[in-house]
Design a protein around this ligand. Structure first.
Ligand code: FES
Ligand code: FES
Length: 210
């Protein structure tokens, strides 16, 4: 048939052309530019593009400036543990459910497995390594040891960092505030009573907590 060539009829061809024209007209009415072939159907959106090979990242880690290239998909936890060798924050659930990876970013406790490293650009990151040492422990570290507030220890760095964020903003926290601060930190060994005791004792030694 003269009207049909290569399996496409004139009617089908005309229908296709008018659909494209109508689509462009609808986009124009909505004030949106029509997609051009060079835009690509799945064009990148977002306020900033970070190359897949890694964008530059600057932050402060435990008081020291850190500057390195980092892939956009890297979490803060992976950056700490795998790139920087800072392994105090623990990788337990890797989905924001246990609190073992808690660190402090600009004064707030965060689960580092759920935060992209690039979202910490220009910020201050504090980990358990930065708050004290065996020779000069933070009051929380000292009291956790004295009260024997840990068994396997996997939850402990996260517990301590959640409580440090609390004590940094509240010198005399109530027991309820202490319980609230670690409500996102799961201890499978069940050390909570001693964690609360250690936190109260540390608060008393720092600022007279109740
Ligand atoms: S490892 Fe991040 S919340 Fe569990
Ligand atoms: S001490 Fe083992 S999970 Fe808390």
């Amino acid at each position: 048939m003269a009207e049909e060539r290569d399996g496409v009829s004139r009617r089908q061809f005309l229908k296709g052309v008018s659909a494209s024209a109508l689509g462009a007209a609808a986009l124009a009415r909505a004030g949106l530019p029509a997609l051009r072939a060079e835009d690509g159907a799945g064009g990148t959106t977002g306020i900033e593009r970070i190359p897949a090979s890694g964008g530059k990242l600057d932050l402060t880690l435990n008081g020291k400036a850190v500057s390195l290239a980092c892939e956009p998909r890297t979490t803060l936890l992976d950056l700490l543990r795998q790139r920087l060798g800072v392994t105090g924050a623990k990788d337990v659930c890797d989905r924001g459910a246990c609190g073992a990876c808690t660190v402090i970013v600009d004064g707030k406790p965060v689960v580092s497995c759920m935060l992209l490293a690039h979202d910490c650009s220009g910020k201050k990151v504090e980990t358990i390594e930065g708050i004290g040492s065996p020779e000069s422990p933070h009051a929380l570290q000292r009291e956790f040891a004295r009260c024997d507030a840990l068994q396997c220890g996997f939850c402990t760095p996260g517990m301590v960092m959640s409580l440090k964020a609390l004590l940094d903003r509240e010198r005399t926290p109530s027991v309820e505030a202490i319980k609230g601060a670690v409500s996102g930190n799961i201890c499978r060994c069940g050390t909570y009573p001693r964690v609360f005791e250690a936190a109260q004792s540390a608060a008393r030694s720092i600022g007279g907590g109740k």
